[in-house]
Write a protein that binds this ligand. Structure first.
Ligand SMILES: [Zn+2]
Ligand SMILES: [Zn+2]
Length: 369
């Protein structure tokens, strides 16, 4: 059983192996992937997802280790455009002069047209859920670098791979699959750690879970996507959050998640539980009403402090963009701060003190680089 969890030593700058020609790098709480044979020449590999803000140099260094000093990819492919998957995309797309591919329904959030649906900090019960109240969700604008994935399912720069739609966690979420050995890069369609918990997110405890609850606005689609992936029976999978898994543990875990999705993954309450955010090719069209509690108001204040601490910590290497990111954090908070106040539930105070504790560790890790 234990050997089915591919060993990882946590946060290091060295990329690690998932399957032949697939490596990943852990950027604090999120994975980025490299597809291509090690030692391959320029423009013969691809990067999948771009980590948190401030990860450009770490990703660049990992790429140099894998593909040679100064090697550039053929393309960047995004599983989706949430802030923790696009942190270095501007910097790297510009520097490498590469196209960035995403599903057409994800492009509104990557081309300045629409913000993502607001998160639901009340679901999931962990500190990450609470903090999601202030996660950035405004669109970025990749301009000429943004491209729609080919409609024939092929993945530019990655022969032998195809993309499949796995929406729900975001409107145009995709996964990448390689049919020759059924390796999957699943983004946040499911996760292999309990992402709602900051402690699990930081320690990368391996468990199969649904998509991060706080940022998933369409649960019926998310369930169909997990079923699709479970039916595919991957031999190995790397997700956006958590260690890679393989073999029977992965397949059994996915089947179990799919069968019991409404109990194990769909939140028991919350804004999007029964009513999805409606989106189309222009972005968000209609949202269910927010559910607000007194606890949320208090915890959102704590989360703001936490988010600013994170933004300070991660804003070391791409300075101007990170100042903007910080501004955006504040703006999003003003926009999204709950106004009403009734009794309700949320994460416990233990979680909040853990946030403070763990945040200083995240920040000092970043400072040490
Ligand atoms: Zn996400
Ligand atoms: Zn994510």
């Amino acid at each position: 059983m234990l050997e089915s969890v591919i060993h990882r030593e946590g946060n290091t700058d060295a990329p690690k192996y998932v399957a032949p020609e697939v490596s990943y790098l852990l950027d604090r709480i999120v994975n980025v992937c490299f597809i291509g044979a090690p030692g391959e020449t320029n423009r013969s590999w691809i990067l999948v997802d771009c980590g948190l803000p401030g990860s450009a140099s770490k990703i660049r260094n990992a790429a140099s280790r894998l593909f040679g000093e100064g090697s550039r990819p053929a393309a960047i492919v995004l599983t989706h455009g949430h802030f923790d998957h696009i942190g270095a995309v501007h910097t790297l797309a510009h520097e490498w002069d590469v196209p960035v591919y995403a599903h057409e329904l994800e492009l509104p959030y990557l081309t300045g047209q629409s913000s993502y649906p607001p998160p639901d900090p009340l679901v999931g019960g962990g500190a990450m859920s609470v903090m999601s109240a202030v996660f950035p969700r405004r669109p970025i604008d990749l301009g000429r670098h943004a491209h729609e994935l080919p409609s024939d399912g092929s993945v530019p720069g990655a022969p032998g791979w195809r993309w499949i739609p796995t929406p729900g966690h975001s409107p145009g979420h995709i996964s990448l699959v390689r049919d020759s050995d059924r390796t999957v890069v699943a983004g946040d369609a499911f996760t292999t750690t309990k992402q709602e918990s900051l402690v699990a997110a930081l320690t990368q405890r391996a468990e199969i879970h649904g998509p991060p609850m706080y940022f998933t606005p369409d649960w019926d689609k998310a369930r169909a996507s997990v079923k699709h992936l479970a039916d595919y029976a991957p031999s190995a999978a790397i997700t956006g959050h958590g260690p890679p898994l393989r073999g029977e543990r992965l397949q059994e875990g996915l089947r179990n998640l799919s069968t019991h999705f409404d109990v194990r993954a769909r939140p028991a309450h919350g804004r999007y539980r029964d009513h999805p955010a409606i989106t189309d090719g222009s972005g968000v069209v209609e949202l269910p009403p927010p559910q607000v509690s007194a606890t949320t108001v208090v915890l959102a204040g704590v989360a703001l402090g936490a988010a600013i601490a994170i933004a300070r910590g991660i804003g070391r290497d791409d300075d101007r963009r990170h100042t903007e990111e910080l501004e955006r954090l504040k703006l999003v908070t003003r926009d999204d701060m709950p106004a009403g106040a009734t009794e309700g539930n949320g994460a416990g105070s233990d979680d909040v003190s853990l946030v403070a504790q763990q945040l200083s560790s995240v920040t000092s890790q970043v400072d040490a680089r």
